[in-house]
Design a protein around this ligand. Structure first.
Ligand code: 5RP
Length: 223
C-alpha cells in the first residue's frame, strides 16, 4: 500500500468525528486534501468549514463547501489536520506546508483536535523533521542566530511567503526531548510569530493509517 493510500485511510477514519451541521476546523496538506475530498464524496451535512490556509479554502470552495471565519464561528467542536511528526503523547511538529500559524489558532479554538497521518509520521522523539518557525521578515536573521545558539541549524525557506505575509525558517538538528519547554522558549523570541511545535496544545486523537488499517491513539491514554 502506498503512503498516499495510508493517508486516505486516516482521512476517511476522521469522518466519524464530524457531527451533522457542525462547523469543522480544516487543516492543510495532502492528508487534509483527502479529508476534504471525502467530506464532499460522502456528502457530509456540515454547516461550514473554518480553513487554515488559502490552499484549503480553494479546495473546500471547489467542492461547494461553505467557508466561514473563525471570529463568527466561535468555539469549534472539532479540528482535523495532518502533521509532519507525532510522538506517542500526540505532541506534533507541523508547518511543513507553511500554514502553522492559522493551524495553531484553530487548534486552540477547538474542543477536539483530530490528527490524521500515515505511519511514517509516528516517531519516538520529535526533531528528525526540521522545525518550522513563521517569522516576521525583518527578524529572520536575528531569529536564525537565536536558533544557532540553541544548537539548531536554521534554513530559510526562500521564495516562500506565508498566507500572513511572513517568512519561514526550517530549523534542523534541534534537541526536542522536552517539546513543551522548547515551544515556550522559542515563543519568547521577538520576531517569532509561531513555532511549529504543537506540544502545549497537542492533538487529542491521532489516527494512523497503514496497510494494516487505522490505529487510534488518544492523549488520555498517556501513561
Ligand atoms: C501544513 C502542515 C501539514 O499538516 C503537514 O505538513 C503534513 O502534511 P501532509 O499531510 O501533506 O503530509 O502542518 O502546514
Amino acid at each position: 500500500m502506498s503512503q498516499e493510500e495510508s493517508k486516505i485511510r486516516a482521512a476517511e477514519a476522521a469522518l466519524k468525528f464530524i457531527e451533522d451541521d457542525a462547523i469543522v476546523g480544516v487543516g492543510t496538506g495532502s492528508t487534509v486534501n483527502h479529508l476534504i475530498d471525502a467530506i464532499a464524496r460522502k456528502r457530509l451535512r456540515i454547516d461550514a468549514a473554518v480553513s487554515s490556509s488559502e490552499e484549503s479554502t480553494r479546495r473546500l470552495e471547489q467542492h461547494g463547501i461553505n467557508v466561514t471565519n473563525l471570529n463568527s464561528a466561535g468555539q469549534l467542536t472539532v479540528y482535523i489536520d495532518g502533521a509532519d511528526e507525532s510522538d506517542r503523547h500526540l505532541r506534533l511538529i507541523k508547518g511543513g506546508g507553511g500554514a502553522l500559524t492559522r493551524e495553531k489558532i484553530i487548534a486552540a479554538a477547538s474542543r477536539k483536535f483530530i490528527c490524521i497521518v500515515d505511519e511514517s509520521k509516528l516517531v519516538n522523539v520529535l526533531g528528525a523533521f526540521p522545525l518550522p518557525l513563521e517569522v516576521i521578515p525583518m527578524a529572520r536573521s536575528y531569529v536564525a542566530r537565536r536558533m544557532v545558539a540553541l544548537g539548531g541549524r536554521p534554513q530559510w525557506r526562500a521564495d516562500f511567503i506565508t498566507d500572513n505575509g511572513n517568512e519561514i525558517l526550517d530549523v534542523h538538528n534541534l534537541d526536542i526531548t522536552d517539546p513543551v519547554a522548547l515551544e515556550a522558549e522559542i515563543n519568547q523570541i521577538s520576531g517569532v510569530v509561531t513555532v511549529g511545535l504543537f506540544a502545549r496544545r497537542a492533538a487529542d486523537v491521532l489516527l494512523i493509517g497503514s496497510d494494516r488499517g487505522v490505529q487510534t491513539l488518544r492523549r488520555d491514554d498517556d501513561a
